[in-house]
Design a protein around this ligand. Structure first.
Ligand code: NAD
Length: 503
């Protein structure tokens, strides 16, 4: 910490809150991380002197010491003791073996909710949409980010998209609880359930089940593609948006960007009894070490952390002082505009400017006032829906995926061979390639790879696992290579698998 910044004093008339002492583990991170963390901690010290900081090792230093996950043992211990982490951005080294620190932290700590408020600060920061104020609530653990990928043949790789009912229930409930606690009026769910009827369909269905429990909050659903377009063109139509992981990742960057600058966006990652706070932007190696980075994203993340810790007064004071700094035109280079800005400052001077304004409220932009709350009192989403009776499950067939190649890749040749192997318990219903039906009666124009999905429904009402094993044995003995299987089930008589294109 630079001595000059550490000694920056709050104005004499500012009386910081008297709060219980508490310790926050902080990981400065890489690139611009140490500079923006120094600036943020200086502001936190001035507004909340009872806070102390425990510096832990995350990022390049940890990787260099041989920890492939990029996280030091001291970090895990500190998080276990204090249940919170304020984190700077991390550079993930390129190349095999290194794990993303962010993904590891989210998964290990069960940080299921990622919250990204996207607000415009017009006219002080140029924004495509001057009155934008949207909070994106992104599911943080599931979806394609479960990280289950396989190469199955020379030509085909796959990534498993996992969506679970408990995962949907807690993120959707979190979004509604957040909306209720923050006086938000509307929650919009965005999915692609017109295409992914089972996975995204479950997310949408759970949203429809939970929404009526919050009658004061308007609830609606949009398909993610038009929803993203509308966030970019008419963001004032939205208030809180809840989405599965991948869509939320993309949507929140779009939203932060049209709000003015991704450099201003903070975020929280919330789990049960544990939370991590970080800026949305990365480690910006191109400007590292030059005292020009904007610390606002990390500072607003720290404000979210104070609210989470039940320290409403310093959170309110810092946020309002920061708004005053923007209003006064004291801007870092990324948001500086000739004409509207008054002073171009570096990272440290920006922090000093915020500290000098502690105790002031913005004159033109709306001041914030965080309500006093118990620490971490917002949501306990495991208090969930009434208990459900598990559905009656019946095994009714199997999809066998083959890695099969021949000079012609003729699906009729494969179909004829597999018809003969189906036996008395199964029939071959169809073969698809990349999800498109190629047998029987396929279109010769369909692009055919070396990866074939062969659907074998049971001839009877249901079948058992041993029959599937016998089928797989016949297929192997005939010289075919099954690279994976998916059992076909019905649940209470409803098909639990998708139909193929053209089925
Ligand atoms: P980036 O966000 O670091 O930078 C994108 C652009 O925005 C750059 O021009 C940068 O100078 C600018 N910028 C970012 N933050 C700024 C700030 N606070 N003030 C002023 N300008 C700012 O994205 P990138 O270049 O794609 O990624 C760089 C590294 O960061 C990569 O190693 C990436 O993996 C990592 N990353 C980490 C996190 C995280 O730790 N949460 C998030 C995203 C990227």
């Amino acid at each position: 910490m630079s001595a000059v910044l550490a000694e920056s004093a709050a104005p004499v008339h500012y009386v910081p809150a008297r709060l219980p002492a508490t310790t926050v583990p902080v990981a400065a991170g890489d690139g611009i991380g140490p500079e923006i963390m120094e600036a943020t901690l200086a502001i936190l010290r001035a507004a909340d002197p009872a806070l102390s900081f425990h510096h832990v090792t995350v990022g390049l230093k940890a990787y260099e010491s041989g920890l492939m996950a990029g996280i030091g043992e001291d970090t895990w211990k500190a998080i276990e003791a204090h249940r919170v982490l304020l984190k700077g951005p991390i550079t993930t080294p390129q190349g095999g073996g290194y794990k993303s620190v962010n993904v590891t932290l989210r998964k290990t700590l069960g940080l299921y909710a990622n919250l990204r408020p996207c607000v415009s600060y017009h006219p002080y920061v140029r924004a495509l949409h001057p009155r934008m104020d949207v909070v994106i609530v992104r599911e943080n653990e599931e979806d394609t980010y479960a990280g289950i990928e396989h190469r199955q043949s020379d030509e085909v790789v796959q990534c498993l998209k996992l969506i679970t009912r408990p995962g949907c229930e807690r993120i959707v409930r979190y979004a509604f609880e957040y909306a209720r606690a923050h006086g938000r009026k509307k929650v919009t769910c965005m999915t692609k359930d017109n295409i992914m009827k089972l996975t995204d369909g479950l997310f949408h269905r759970v949203f429809d089940e939970i929404a009526p429990q919050y009658p004061e909050i308007e609830a609606n659903h949009m398909i993610i593609d038009i929803g993203t377009a509308r966030i970019a063109s008419r963001p004032t139509d939205f208030d809180v948006v809840v989405t599965p992981n991948l869509y939320g990742d993309i949507l929140s960057d779009v939203a932060a960007e049209v709000a003015g600058s991704i450099g201003l966006a903070g975020s929280s990652n919330i789990g049960h009894g544990c939370a991590m706070f970080e800026a949305v932007h990365g480690s910006a190696p191109d400007i590292a070490g030059r005292d020009i980075a904007n610390p606002s994203g990390l500072l607003l993340s720290a404000v979210m952390m104070l609210v989470h810790l039940g320290r409403a007064k310093p959170a309110t004071d810092i946020h309002n002082a920061w708004l005053c700094t923007l209003e006064d035109g004291v801007h870092t280079a990324d948001i500086f505009r000739e004409g509207s800005s008054t002073r171009k400052v570096g990272t440290r001077d920006f922090a000093r400017a915020v500290i000098e304004r502690l105790g002031r409220r913005p004159a033109k932009m709306a001041a914030v006032a965080y309500p006093e709350r118990e620490p971490d009192s917002l949501v306990h989403p495991d208090v969930s829906l009434p208990p459900r009776t598990p559905a009656q499950k019946a095994l009714v067939g199997v999809d066998v995926f083959l890695n099969w190649d021949s000079p012609t890749r003729d699906p009729n040749e494969l179909g004829a061979a597999l018809e003969a192997l189906a036996g008395e318990e199964f029939r071959l219903a169809l073969i698809t390639n990349r999800g498109v039906k190629v047998y029987p009666d396929g279109n010769p124009q369909t692009l055919r790879t070396d990866h074939w999905r062969c659907r074998f429904p049971a001839r009877g009402e249901r079948v058992d696992g041993q029959a599937i094993s016998r089928l797989l044995l016949r297929i192997a003995e005939a010289g075919f290579e099954a690279v994976k299987t998916e059992n076909l089930y019905t649940f209470d008589g409803v098909r639990g698998y998708s139909q193929a294109q053209g089925e």
